[in-house]
Design a protein around this ligand. Sequence first.
Ligand code: LCS
Length: 400
Amino acid sequence: MKKATTAIHAHGKHHAQYGEVSVPIYQSSTFAFENADQGAERFAGTSPGYIYTRLGNPTVNALADAIAALENGSHGMATSTGMAAITTVFLAYLQQGTHVVGTDCVYGPTRTVLETSFARFGSEATFVDTADLAQISAAMRTNTCIVYLETPANPTMKLADIAGAAAIAHAHGALLVVDNTFASPYIQRPLDLGADIVVHSCTKLINGHSDVVGGAIVVREEKLYRQIKPTLNLFGGTMDPHQAWLILRGLQTLPLRAERSQQNAMTLARFLRTHPMVSWVSYPGLEEHPQHELAKAQMDGFGSMIAIGVKGGMEAGKAMMNNVKVFTLAVSLGGVESLIEHPASMTHAGLPRAEREAAGLTDDLVRIAVGCEDVEDLRADLDQALNAARPAALVAAAER
Ligand code: LCS
């Protein structure tokens, strides 16, 4: 099946009881056994069936299977949030003395959790510019067990070569984990390129309506599922059935939303690079993006996220964000509505300034999450908001 058909029908593995077309919400925390022997068999894994929703639930499994089908994975797991997906994978593999090599400009909390919580448990992490494979190779140690990529990365829109990184990871006996949130499986399938594990914040494009948080883990083969699923069950980062149902509903229109929002993003990126108030634009669909060729090779499109530098830095960027009318000033991304935010003071504020700047996350960077509105309205809104930032930029220039 092709991608759009899969997005609409992948939950079809759910066995309808009454011919229902939509997957029901199995809002039950526990599932009755017919007798004591059956209960024991379910716990032993020798009899199929559900036990308790933290361990598995039909609505949640329908979503996990659908995302796994879209990612071409062997097994999927749905989690309470994207961070639960990411930390469950780390909890499954990291221990005292292990080491992770990761993308320097990942979503802030992903880096923070490795540098604080997992460091406290004795596992180290090195963050490098994973756009450069040589930097990944140089950072590998004998105890590196995970290479962790975010591509495109939040918020710089830098890419990493997934196949190249997989070769390096595997040569060192490490796993390649890819956060595929920014692209979504409609636009990029890391497992096909050699990754072992994909993680998602389903809060974003997969759900697409800014009304629910959620996450997912998809693995290449059953062995990895057997390593990760017990950790998810024990630590309890499980998804709730109602959450799963909402995300299943959103997933079915992922192809439509992804197409529309990336078309809008391309138009806006081209417009922004001509705007006098914009000093630079990072969007993989622009020919001048340093990894435009890689984007064409490993992605089916260029996605809906754009990073820009606003002339006049932080103050001008703030003035711009305070003046948007169609865009909403809010963190998150991947919804039908367009959002705008300032990573250095919001999503990535938890990182020390030196780390942020070394990763290309400068104060002038404004992040634009493009939605599905009429592009003319989005373009006019960005234009008037940027023009409204002109006085702040002049003040900044005078102060320099
Ligand atoms: N991975 C990426 C690439 C993300 O952008 C986010 C959230 C997460 C993981 C975590 O997912 P969550 O637990 O929130 O479902 N990114 C956000 C952002 O850029 N703005 O607000 C949240």
